[in-house]
Each structure stands twice: as C-alpha cells, then as structure tokens.
Write a protein that binds this ligand. Structure first.
Ligand code: DC
Length: 226
C-alpha cells in the first residue's frame, strides 16, 4: 500500500513546524522538518569556515557529511551531524542565515532530495518545507500552503526566541524574516511558491488550536476522498 504524504509549505515563521508536528501526532504520521536538514548543512558549512554562497566550496564539503534524522521517545525529530546531536545549535539565528544561503544552491538541494523522498516512501508523512508540494513530493495526496503576515510571524518568532533564552529585538527579527522571504522566493533553485493544487491556509488571525483544527480538517477531508 502506498503511503499518505502531506506537504506543508510556506514562509519562515508561519507556524509550519509546530502545526505540522501536532497534526502528525494527531494522525499517527511521521513528522519531517526539512528546514532542520538544511540548517544542519548550514551549520557544517559554518563549522568549516566556508562561504555558504560558494557552490564549489560547499559541494566539496557535502561528501564528508553524515546527516541523519532520529526521533526521540517523545517523537521529536533530532538532527545528527556526523553522529553529533545538533538539534539545538541549528536554531541559532546565525545558522538561519547559513541555512538560507546553502538552500539556494542546486548542489545542496539535489544532495538532500533523496533523503526526503525516501522518508516519504517508507512512512505516512507530514513534511514541512518550502518546495515539498512543488518539487520534493509533487504527487503528495495533500498540499497545504501555510502563511501569516510578516508582522505576525516576527511576533511569534520573538516569543519563540525568548522562550529559548536567546531573545532578539523585534525590528531585527522582522528584518531577518523579510530578508529570508525575499531570498526564499527569489532564488533560482526551487523558490518558495504555492503549488497550483495546494490549499492556502492563512493563520494571521488564528490561534494555535484554530490553525491545527483547520489543518486537520483539510487532511481528513482529502483522506476521506482517497
Ligand atoms: O524552515 P526553516 O526556517 O527551518 O528553514 C531554514 C532554511 O532552509 C530557510 O531559509 C529555507 C530553507 N529551506 C528550503 O529551502 N527548503 C526546504 N524544504 C526547507 C527549508
């Protein structure tokens, strides 16, 4: 029997990971945070002191990387880089910038493609990212495009950073989000865009519970029609 694949794409800070994780848990699906995979590559490029925009330099690093996904007892995704758990480190704002830069490189996208597809062949998945519905899983049974205004996303990110003990001024966070939106939507390789058959879900005016219900409703409606 083939697996059920739910693709959740959208800009950073739209609540994709929190929502997709909760929805996966409610449905008994595997949650795959693909941004964490790009972040792990970004971290390794930073650690090697390489320029994340230098494609040949990054291509040289890739073969020596072992990027693995693990799930802890609580079902949370952990990222291992050459055996080292980097799940917390990859969340630093500096690594967001490295991740955004390396994710624009075709060599990096090609390198990570099979890892992502393999996970979706073996499991029912909710996979979140930027190009899941458009490139990685173009035949996904359910595609959702999750958005919220830049202002609302910056407010949410600020709260998250504060809870992690790494607070940042609002203006900086907003500028970071706007810069990343621009880079993610204007890059040549797999730019962020809504797949034609994706259902848009704007969570600007919704709280977490309302957003989760809307997402679950979408998935269940689609599954009922399969
Ligand atoms: O979702 P995030 O902020 O953790 O993603 C980190 C970076 O990786 C972000 O700049 C966009 C990029 N990314 C991507 O290009 N494709 C994906 N499928 C997921 C993330």
């Amino acid at each position: 029997m083939s697996t059920i694949r739910v693709a959740v794409d959208g800009p950073s800070g739209a609540g994709k990971s929190t929502l997709a994780r909760a929805a996966a848990s409610a449905l008994g699906f595997l949650y795959v945070d693909t941004g964490a995979i790009y972040r792990t590559v970004g971290l390794s490029v930073r650690d090697r002191g390489a320029d994340p925009g230098d494609e040949p330099a990054v291509a040289d690093i890739l073969p020596s990387l072992r990027v693995e996904l693990r799930y802890d007892e609580a079902g949370r995704q952990r990222m291992l880089l050459n055996g080292r758990d980097v799940s917390e480190e990859i969340r630093l704002p500096e690594i967001s910038r490295y991740a955004s830069a390396v994710s624009a490189l075709p060599v990096v996208r090609a390198y990570l493609m099979e890892t992502q597809r393999e996970l979706a062949r073996r499991n029912n998945v909710i996979m979140d990212g930027r190009d899941i519905g458009t490139v990685v899983l173009p035949d996904a049974e359910v595609k959702v495009y999750l958005t919220a205004s830049a202002q609302v996303r910056a407010e949410r990110r600020c709260r998250e950073l504060e809870e992690r003990g790494t607070p940042q001024p609002f203006e900086e966070v907003l500028r970071d989000i706007e810069d990343r939106d621009y880079r993610d939507t204007h890059r040549e390789a797999a730019p962020l865009r809504q797949a034609e058959d994706a259902v848009p879900l704007d969570t600007s005016a919704l709280d977490f519970q309302q957003s989760l219900e809307a997402l679950l409703r979408l998935v269940r409606e689609r599954m009922a029609g399969l």
